[in-house]
Design a protein around this ligand. Structure first.
Ligand SMILES: Nc1nc2c(ncn2[C@@H]2O[C@H](COP(=O)(O)OP(=O)(O)O)[C@@H](O)[C@H]2O)c(=O)[nH]1
Ligand SMILES: [Mg+2]
Length: 420
């Protein structure tokens, strides 16, 4: 294999050299165009450089093998002599100009160039040039996107920017994301920052520390039931979560559990919980007024745990907040968890917290992590309202798809893009 590089002021001239020196079967391996200063640096001259090879096996790449194929007839456009040079040179982004300033090329020279431009070498040159330009464009666009993102986050250390993007994609709040990265940048040594696994671990440590968590439901009193109420918008998963909690307490921890549901409209909203109560063999009472609720709690005083579910009339109807407050006041639960769906927008979640905050919220519980795309919202919300996360639910299966809320788990979800 023989490799040579040729330079000229136009692509056509350079190809003439290739053909003259290396023959018609030469394959163009690389082309580039650059500027060279002439006449004491006062004038910039464009130079086209071609690297060509001989004796390469290009059969599979449409190289010299193509030369042996029947050459297609030139189109009317390529038959026009000056048009040929202009069109082909322009398609390569190279200005077409006569080799000698002030002199038009001779008919022979143009014919010679035309033949050269139709060789497999010229085709390869065109394709190579195009693919190089595409790569350059792609890099340019990527750089522009990164630059514009970086300009929106001027405080983020550049070498940690990819982690910033990952957190922003999970919708971690901008201030949280840039703060944890600044802390990381200040605390890690340069060689540690070069180790992606180490950085990822340290970043997870930082995020973990930021999430307030409450731990699982625990009964501390020796006498009387530990009463837990779940409140929240319709459809977020309150009843399913009550079933998961009850089943785990009863079947895994061997605790006695009573269930109460507040159904202000005496309709079939109870059926769902009734099925679960039957399966785990726990008593269920349906109440329609605060007085009935008090009576039901008293009747279940032998249970170690009482879980209270709340229900509306239809999926679009949440139990009226004043009514709910009256129920909660009378029940005086040991803990009230606000159930929120992690598939909702942060705005929607915050509005639910504001509304239910008027009732009583001790802890927040996020459902449907398996469907969430923006798990960072859980962290933002927990910090913003300063409420501890109790549980996360990760699917529809009772009793398995529930876990105690842990900062590490959420951090991993945020950094991995949210796959449960
Ligand atoms: N994917 C998913 N679906 C859930 C989860 N928790 C509950 N659901 C579903 O959400 C829907 C509403 O649940 P439900 O418990 O009736 O909500 P409620 O109106 O708040 O009591 C049901 O189809 C549940 O199966 C969860 O963690 N992941
Ligand atoms: Mg329900």
């Amino acid at each position: 294999m023989q490799l040579r590089t040729f330079s000229a002021t136009t692509m056509a001239e350079a190809l003439v050299q290739v053909k003259r020196e290396m023959g018609g079967d030469a394959v163009i391996l690389h082309t580039r165009t650059y500027h060279r200063r002439r006449w004491l640096g006062l004038r910039r001259v464009e130079v086209v450089e071609i690297t060509a090879g001989n004796g390469l096996n290009m059969a599979g790449r449409g190289g010299s093998g193509t030369a042996r194929r029947a050459r297609p007839q030139p189109s009317p456009a390529t038959r026009s002599q000056s048009g040929t040079l202009t069109a082909l040179a322009a398609s390569r982004g190279v200005a077409s100009r006569p080799a000698t300033a002030g002199l038009l090329p001779s008919r022979d020279a143009i014919e010679n160039s035309r033949q050269i431009l139709e060789t497999p070498a010229a085709n390869t040159a065109a394709v190579l040039n195009l693919s190089q330009e595409m790569t350059a464009l792609k890099t340019m666009v990527q750089d522009l996107v990164t630059q514009s993102r970086m300009s929106q986050a001027p405080n983020v250390p550049e070498d940690l920017f990819d982690y910033y993007l990952q957190m922003i994609q999970s919708q971690v709040a901008v201030e949280i994301a840039s703060d944890v990265l600044k802390t990381l940048r200040n605390n890690l040594r340069p060689e540690q920052l070069k180790n992606p696994q180490f950085v990822q671990e340290k970043l997870a440590d930082q995020l973990e520390k930021l999430l307030p968590v409450s731990g699982p439901i625990v009964r501390k009193k020796a006498v009387g039931p530990h009463v837990v109420a779940l409140i929240g918008p319709t459809g977020v998963g309150k009843t399913t979560t009550i079933a998961k909690l009850a089943a785990n307490l009863k079947l895994r921890e061997n605790r006695t559990v009573g269930l109460i549901t507040i159904d202000t409209y005496r309709i079939a909203a109870v059926d769902q919980l009734k099925k679960y109560a039957d399966i785990i063999d726990a008593p269920l009472r349906v109440v329609v007024s605060p007085e009935e609720l008090r009576a039901a709690i008293d009747a279940m005083s032998a249970c170690e745990f009482i879980l209270i579910d709340t229900a509306g009339r239809s999926p679009s109807d949440t139990l009226k907040l004043q009514e709910l407050r009256a129920f909660i006041n009378v029940a005086a639960p040991d803990e009230v968890h606000l159930v929120l769906s992690s598939t909702a927008s942060q705005e929607c979640i915050e509005s639910a917290i504001a509304r239910f905050g008027n009732v009583r919220v001790d802890k927040i519980l996020f459902t449907k992590l398996d469907e969430a795309v923006h798990v960072g919202v859980v962290l933002n919300v927990a910090r913003k309202v300063n409420k501890a996360l109790s549980y996360l639910t990760t699917g529809q299966d009772v009793p398995d798809d529930i876990e105690v809320g842990k900062g590490r788990r959420l951090a991993q979800l945020i950094l991995s893009g949210g796959t449960v």
